[in-house]
Design a protein around this ligand. Structure first.
Ligand code: ATP
Ligand code: MG
Length: 839
């Protein structure tokens, strides 16, 4: 909430949308000019209005984080209680408690802060940038730093970074499907506009849409949550269901919290009923609560995920949304488009029906505004634009229409002519043709020819023309009628040989790969055969259009190939797979892939992709290669496995120890540990776990997609918790009856036993198999846990022991404790096999 920028005061959505106001008035109202803002003014507005982001809030400032921790109820109570005990004269207790709380909070905040900073730096490295005019110069600025009043230059293919008014437009067309549902690119031009709905706003551009043709200069009017998309996306984000993992963690945290509240209340009331000192009992109960709450779990998850993100970055996968790491690890179906991931994306013209066909194709490809697509580039590489021709109008390529047209004027055979040149998918072009140039028109035969060449792996484009008389106005795709078919251009895009191995590797990781392509069915089939990919079934866009979501969901399980699908169908396929209970990833690079990337559990794109695809993605591959993705999947699973280690430690050993202490406090006439000692215990235990994110994991943990399994967590708890309690009770018995320990000695011994069992068990829990056969624990983990244990021993048995209320222990008692700890570890090693038995 803190970072949510206030809606721009310049926008009054209901009565007065910005695009109905004159440009001059808007410029003045925003205190800017076509030359843009100064850097200083932009910085000031950024601070005042917040960043141009719609998704989750930016990480909070360090001071704020500290403050937030200090006002957490348990910590606040602890501080107050310490103050009270200070006032009653117990200054050492006061100092120690405040000291321990301080160290805990500092450690927690600092770790999380550093981890978040590192993750944010990674995210920035793949941030989409916009060309912004500031201080009179145009320079690239991360879109998150745009402010109202900025003036932005956009080229074809760019992501529209904010809502704004078109100041200058050259054949600009935007794809606004995301916002209005309109699949056909709409023309954008400067000038007045009376319509009040975004769909009518021909002079405005909206955040999240894409400029697909032409160029434009835009005045930024609204950013972040104040944008049209901001409203939509905030609603979407709010509705974005938490992953099973997030839900599981949250559920577990809540469960422990309830148990804690119940237990602590019970202990407190019992103590008071037994007429124990009130303040001391209260402090004891609060310290217990601190020990019991999984207060570190959020920090631990963030740190583990950020560590995972750093490791993944070294393997060429940049994480934009941290939680996507889990989704990647949990992914069991991957949908991919064809070009770039399965092919080399080195598209080259193979042949054309005639030189005339190629000349016409070049007119269409070269005279259309905006950056040429790879197919256009391949045409122009073989045939430059014939001289003497110029473009008068165009209807840019649309992924639903699958063709583009350009009205060109120049010298034809019979003098000056105007020609509408159309190129696109063969069936899309043939559908608008009524005859053929210089031969009989046989649509069925031409379609069969296209099909046959597709089966050889050639991508085909059809070319057609119509002479347009002087008087006829050409404004959009309506003009694409009565065309004369000229012929085909055929293209080759060599299969990527490494793709087969990558798909096999993904399969070995339990991930099924499905191909979702806008290209023709024969081309997709040929590619699959050429790479030897295992794939069953094929659905075309035409067939999918006839299926409702229910029927589609029934088919997607068996079908691995999808051809001639539109952007929205890509999204539908993805949602159908999700509806079947799969965790689905989608990797793609085009504007047409963005809706599906957005809808995926793990939306993936590549560094060279269009801005819209990159903006929609959760993860960016720095190298366009599926094997890079396989590495990322393994990292995702490693991260998950390490978070699970915390969960297991927390639910069994830590919880068990604290529970035993609560019980003991009722059974014996004195506190089993002083409040400060409990806090110290908790702090050292937390310290011992800092190394977990670094740790290696079992090979089995990488082998298959994981999902949160509450039953497994419970089983682990129900086996390992009681085990820990049994040994705690044995310790009590030994201390009370074996050694008739005085309170100070009892606490010292209990502290030592509790620390040793809690900390050392990590070396067993970290693996499902025999502990001695697993990979060595990471040196950092070994250092933090053994270091924490050494510190605990030094504090309890060394020179400062008296200050903390500890007393020296006799040799035989130490030996007995050692024996108990070893016995516990041996029992834990045996029992854990029941506890973590894999499904
Ligand atoms: N610049 C263009 N001009 C005309 N037609 C085009 C153009 N680009 C693509 N097409 C047609 O639209 C179809 C779908 O586009 P495209 O192949 O890029 O979709 P895609 O889903 O991204 O495919 P892929 O899986 O290969 O990445 C193409 O097969 C082609 O017939
Ligand atoms: Mg593509």
């Amino acid at each position: 909430m803190l970072h949510r920028p206030a809606p721009s005061r310049h926008e009054h959505p209901r009565e007065d949308p910005f695009w109905t106001r004159p440009a001059a008035a808007l410029l003045e109202g925003l205190g800017t000019s076509p030359a843009g803002l100064t850097e200083a003014e932009a910085a000031r507005r950024l601070a005042a209005q917040g960043r141009n982001i719609v998704a989750e809030g930016a990480p909070a400032a360090l001071a704020l984080k500290v403050l937030r921790r200090l006002v957490e109820p348990l910590v606040a109570i602890l501080i107050v209680a310490a103050l009270v005990s200070g006032l009653t004269g117990d200054w050492p207790g006061f100092g120690i408690i405040l000291g321990i709380v301080g160290i805990s909070v500092a450690m927690d905040v600092l770790q999380e802060y550093r981890a978040e900073q590192a993750a944010a730096r990674l995210r920035d490295s793949v941030a989409v940038r916009a060309t912004v005019r500031r201080d009179g110069r145009a320079r690239p600025v991360p879109v998150e730093d745009l402010v109202p009043g900025d003036v932005v230059d956009l080229a074809a293919g760019a992501l529209v970074p904010a809502d704004g008014l078109v100041l200058v437009g050259e054949g600009a067309h935007a794809n606004e499907a995301l916002l209005t549902g309109e699949p056909y690119p709409v023309a954008k031009r400067p000038g007045p506009c009376a319509g009040t709905t975004p769909a009518e706003a021909a002079n405005a551009l909206f955040a999240g849409t894409a400029l697909v043709a032409g160029s434009a200069t835009m005045l930024v009017v609204a950013t972040g949550h104040a944008t049209r998309l901001g409203g939509v996306a905030a609603a979407l984000a709010a509705r974005r269901p938490a992953t099973a993992f997030e839900r599981g963690l949250r559920g577990l945290g809540l469960l422990i919290l309830r148990l804690t509240a119940f237990l602590v209340l019970f202990v407190l009331l019992a103590h008071l009923a037994f007429h124990r000192p009130a303040l001391e009992s209260f402090l004891f109960a609060v310290a217990l609560a601190v020990g019991l709450t999984p207060e570190l779990l959020p920090m631990v998850t963030t740190v583990t995920l950020s560590r995972g993100a750093l490791r993944m970055a070294r393997k060429q996968v940049v994480v934009k949304r941290l939680a996507a790491i889990h989704d990647l690890g949990a992914m069991d179906v991957l949908c991919t488009d064809k070009t770039g991931t399965l092919t080399e994306a080195r598209i080259a013209l193979a042949d054309a029906t005639s030189p005339e066909v190629l000349r016409m194709a070049a007119l269409n490809a070269g005279l259309a505004s905006g950056v040429p697509t790879p197919l256009d580039a391949a045409i122009l590489a073989a045939q430059p634009v014939p001289p003497g021709w110029r473009a008068l109008a165009e209807a840019p390529f649309g992924f639903e229409r699958r063709r583009s047209s350009v009205l060109v004027a120049g010298e034809g055979q019979g003098g000056a002519t105007r020609l509408l040149v159309v190129k696109g998918a063969p069936e899309a072009v043939l559908a608008a043709c009524t005859h053929a140039e210089g031969r009989a028109f046989d649509r069925a035969a031409l379609l069969a020819e296209a099909e046959a060449r597709g089966a050889e792996g050639l991508r085909l484009l059809g070319i057609a023309v119509r002479a347009v008389p002087e008087g006829e106005a050409v404004t959009g795709p309506e003009a694409e009628r009565d065309l004369a078919f000229l012929g085909f251009c055929a293209f080759l895009d060599p299969p990527k040989q490494s793709a087969a191995a990558a798909v096999a590797r993904l399969a070995a990781l339990g991930i099924r790969t499905k191909i979702v392509s806008g290209d023709a069915a024969p081309v997709v089939r040929h590619l699959v055969a050429a790479l030897g990919l295992p794939a069953e079934g094929l659905l075309t866009g035409e067939e999918i259009a006839r299926l409702d979501d229910h029927a589609l969901a029934a088919r997607v399980e068996q079908v691995d190939l999808y051809a001639r699908v539109s952007p929205d169908q890509k999204r539908r396929i993805l949602l159908a797979l999700k509806a079947r209970g799969h965790t689905v990833g989608f990797i793609g690079d085009g504007i047409n892939d963005a809706p599906a990337i957005h809808a995926a559990d793990a939306g993936i794109s590549v560094q060279e992709a269009t801005e819209v695809a990159r903006a929609a993605a959760d993860l960016i591959l720095l190298a366009p290669d599926l094997s890079v993705l396989a590495e990322g999947v393994e990292e995702g699973r490693r991260t998950y496995a390490n978070v699970m280690k915390y969960v297991r430690m927390g639910t069994s050993s830590n919880f068990g120890n604290m529970l035993s202490m609560a019980v003991a406090s009722l059974a014996i006439p004195f506190l089993p540990l002083l409040p400060a000692q409990i806090l110290l215990n908790n702090l050292l235990y937390d310290l011992s776990e800092i190394g977990i994110p670094f740790d290696a994991v079992d090979r089995e943990d990488l082998a298959a997609p994981h999902a949160w399994d509450m039953r497994a967590v419970l089983r682990f708890t129900l086996v390992m918790g009681p085990l820990s309690s049994v040994f705690d009770l044995a310790t009590f018995a030994l201390l009370l009856w074996g050694f008739s320990a005085a309170p100070e000695a009892f606490r010292t011994a209990w502290f030592v036993e509790s620390m040793a069992t809690q900390i050392l068990v990590i070396f067993l829990i970290r693996t499902a198999g025999p502990a001695w056969r697993a990979a060595w624990p990471h040196p950092v983990l070994a250092a933090t846990s053994l270091g924490a244990l050494a510190a605990a021993l030094a504090l309890a048995l060394g020179p400062v022991a008296p200050v903390l209320g500890f007393a020296p222990l006799p040799g035989p008692l130490l030996a007995a404790l050692l024996a108990l700890v070893l016995l516990y570890l041996a029992a834990a090693e045996r029992l854990k096999r029941i506890a973590v038995r894999r499904a």
